[in-house]
Ligand binder design. Structure first.
Ligand SMILES: [Zn+2]
Length: 379
């Protein structure tokens, strides 16, 4: 049996045995797309009349990838797209660790996902939920569904009827707001540039970006000079701010951002605010947010680049969720591979490798993970 047939059998067994396969709600109004090991979406415009039909298809075909539309249609299989009869689309945010440009990624490459990557992208997802979707957009946590993407990130689905009929422009506005796109420093500081006045700025409990910036600057201020220099603050000014941090914080809490003498303060705060905005941006895959016809990984399905499950995660469980334990699909048995991986694989609380073209016996979930990442051959 060749390697792909071996993994196809594992995928089939997963779909056969999974006890609570949760098809998306309104399954019959969704478009599905399936792929091969080589291509994530090879066929699309597929529809299923029921959850049962979907499951039957998955057991028969065991595709390495299956995606479904965030949109609902009258005729999901119709083509071209205009004939589907669009009824509305969920709002979905796709967070992928490769958008975070972490230092570890230049060391291990884009395709590999290390423990730091997993932690950072999870924190980013929590930030999206706790600092934007709940406080700024007023969604409640039970309207939000999170699932691990199966590989490098998380998808956050907003299940609220009010978002279904937003058009592409409105979706872009939401995405821009979260990314801090188009937010000007003059909107934040009312009297920026006026001479002879203390600089008036936002207070921590202001709504929207104003409060967000005040809170995040106070956090940075208290985290020390190194964090401040990362934001582009000159070392000398950072030291001075840190030394007088109690005073500076008190000032900001009262809306006075002028507690420490800073030359060219307009430019200074402009840089800080721009940097802070960018620090919270760039991470949201805009295509997914603003393209209502996009297909996204089916929750609880297998991801063909890892063999992991695109697992649903309750919001309360997110902070403790560990994909390399909690999303393992192929739990049974061992297999022999010739592994060639410079990175240590940390999975199910065990560490494997690095391997230098070595023949090794590994648990099936570890061997398939390396194979699917292109770092092992199956014997
Ligand atoms: Zn990493």
């Amino acid at each position: 049996m060749d390697a792909k047939a071996f993994i196809t059998n594992l995928i089939r067994d997963y779909y056969k045995n999974v006890s609570d396969f949760p098809a998306p709600e309104a399954v019959s109004s969704r478009e599905f797309g399936v792929g091969t090991f080589e291509r994530k979406i090879l066929y699309r415009h597929i529809e299923f009349k029921s959850k049962n039909d979907l499951r039957k298809y998955l057991i028969e075909n065991a595709p390495p990838y299956i995606s479904c539309s965030t949109a609902h249609y009258k005729f999901p299989a119709a083509r071209p797209m205009e004939k589907k009869g669009w009824l509305g689309s969920e709002l979905v945010f796709d967070l992928d660790v490769t958008d975070m440009h972490l230092p570890c990624q230049s060391a291990h490459g884009r395709s590999w996902v290390c423990a730091v990557c997993f932690e950072e992208i999870k924190n980013e997802t929590i930030k999206l939920i706790e600092e934007f979707l709940i406080p700024d957009f007023g969604f409640s946590s039970n309207e939000l569904e999170v699932n691990f993407s199966g590989n490098r990130g998380y998808h956050v689905h907003v299940k609220n009827d009010s978002v279904l009929t937003l058009d592409a422009n409105q979706r872009k506005e939401i995405s821009d707001y979260i990314s801090g796109n188009g937010i000007e420093v003059e909107d934040i500081f009312e009297n920026m540039g006026q001479k002879g006045h203390a600089l008036l700025g936002p207070k921590p409990d202001d709504i929207g970006w104003k409060g967000k910036l005040a809170r995040s600057f106070i956090t940075t201020l208290n985290s020390g000079t190194e964090q401040m220099t990362k934001l582009g603050i000159d070392k000398r000014i950072a030291n001075n701010l840190y030394k007088k941090r109690a005073l500076v914080e008190l000032g900001i809490k009262n809306g006075n951002w002028d507690m420490v003498y800073i030359k060219n303060k307009a430019d200074f705060w402009k840089t800080i605010l721009a940097n802070q905005a960018i620090a919270q941006s760039d991470r949201i895959d805009r295509n997914v947010t603003k393209d209502p016809s996009h297909l996204i990984r089916l929750p609880e399905s297998i991801h063909g680049e890892t063999g992991l499950i695109a697992k649903k995660v309750g919001i309360a469980a997110l902070s403790k969720f560990d994909p390399m334990n909690d999303a393992i699909a192929f739990r049974n048995g061992e297999m022999e591979v010739i592994a060639n991986s410079q990175q240590k694989l940390l999975i199910n609380n065990e560490q494997y490798g690095p391997f230098n073209k070595e023949k090794v016996k590994l648990p099936v979930y570890a061997g398939t993970y390396l194979y699917l990442k292109g770092l092992a051959d199956i014997i």
